[in-house]
Design a protein around this ligand. Structure first.
Ligand SMILES: [Cu+2]
Length: 66
């Protein structure tokens, strides 16, 4: 299960936004986002390009730091 670290989330609304942005990506499911650590993990039905994941998150105003 791939995981990334998202910077800039400050409340549950941010968590929802990130979760939705990830779930909208083809092949991504089972998204879990932790507010405190910034960790977002997901399952992929087929390999999902990390660059696509980062782009989706940056598009909604957050930063992927790892
Ligand atoms: Cu927020």
């Amino acid at each position: 299960m791939p995981s990334i670290t998202v910077k800039g989330m400050s409340c549950n609304h941010c968590v929802q936004s990130v979760t939705k942005a990830l779930e909208a990506l083809p092949g991504v499911s089972g998204v879990k986002v932790d507010l405190l650590s910034g960790k977002a993990s997901y399952e992929e039905a087929a390999p999902v390009d990390l660059a696509v994941v980062k782009k989706a998150i940056e598009k909604i105003g957050f930063e992927v730091v790892g």
